[in-house]
Design a protein around this ligand. Structure first.
Ligand SMILES: [Zn+2]
Length: 243
């Protein structure tokens, strides 16, 4: 039997971007774990004979100490994608000029570091706007991968607000973090946008029930019970194969 086809991706979020999103000032020194993560990732993917799309943050690509690591990902045959320059998950609040600068700066830094000219984009925190599509189209991109078709975004945001240490202004900036209930109505499989020659590759959620099963959620579940996380992933994959 032929194996079903799947598109795999990794958002290469760094230690500093997690600190930043939680409002922890330590992010400003850009602490990094890429020197540990990238070799582990490359070994693991090679052992499994898998090629994935790695969405790289432009700021990391601009730092000289990361260049060899990031180039190694491209030279190992993985696709490199654009994950914005500053990993600010409120791209929908940017002006058109600001958004263009953010995406272009990332495109250039990632290209210089990896030797790859990126054609795919994922917004940090699944942030998404029609303006993003316009900028991507004008930069010659072929796909966006920012949408997460689930109803669970506002619940994840509430959980995140509870666990973070954010003031009122920081909460306001993050008021659309992880999306809205209406995102559940977006398609769960690849499609082409009507207004641009861009494909959308959504972050797949479980068909019908539309709950996410990407690694962040599996790790959260595994913190409760590894068996539960295994079972949840098995159900998700079975549902994908069946639909
Ligand atoms: Zn990210």
């Amino acid at each position: 039997m032929n194996k079903p086809l799947a598109s795999l991706s990794l958002d290469l979020d760094n230690a500093w971007s997690y600190l930043q999103i939680h409002g922890n000032e330590e992010w400003q020194s850009y602490p990094s774990y890429l020197d540990q993560l990238v070799p582990m990732f490359l070994d693991d993917m090679a052992a499994r004979n898998l090629k994935v799309t790695v969405f790289v943050v432009g700021k990391d690509a601009s730092l000289p100490q990361n260049r060899d690591l990031l180039r190694g990902i491209a030279e190992s045959g993985h696709e490199i994608g654009n994950h914005s320059f500053n990993h600010l998950p409120w791209l929908d609040r940017f002006t058109a000029a600001g958004l263009r600068a953010e995406l272009t700066e990332a495109h250039d830094a990632i290209g210089t570091a990896t030797g790859s000219s990126t054609v795919g984009f994922r917004g940090p925190g699944f942030s998404f706007s029609a303006e993003t599509l316009s900028v991507l189209a004008s930069l010659g991109y072929t796909y966006d991968a920012s949408t997460l078709p689930t109803f669970i975004g506002p619940l994840a945001r509430a959980y995140y607000f509870r666990s973070g240490d954010l003031n009122e202004e920081e909460r306001e900036l993050r008021s659309k973090l992880f999306g809205s209930f209406a995102d559940v109505r977006r398609p769960n499989t690849a499609y082409r946008w009507a207004t641009h020659h861009l494909m959308e590759l959504p972050v797949t959620t479980i068909p019908l029930i539309r709950t996410p099963f990407h690694l962040s959620y599996l790790l959260w579940l595994a913190g409760i019970s590894e068996k539960l996380a295994d079972l949840y992933l098995s159900v998700a994959l079975a549902a994908c194969r069946a639909t």
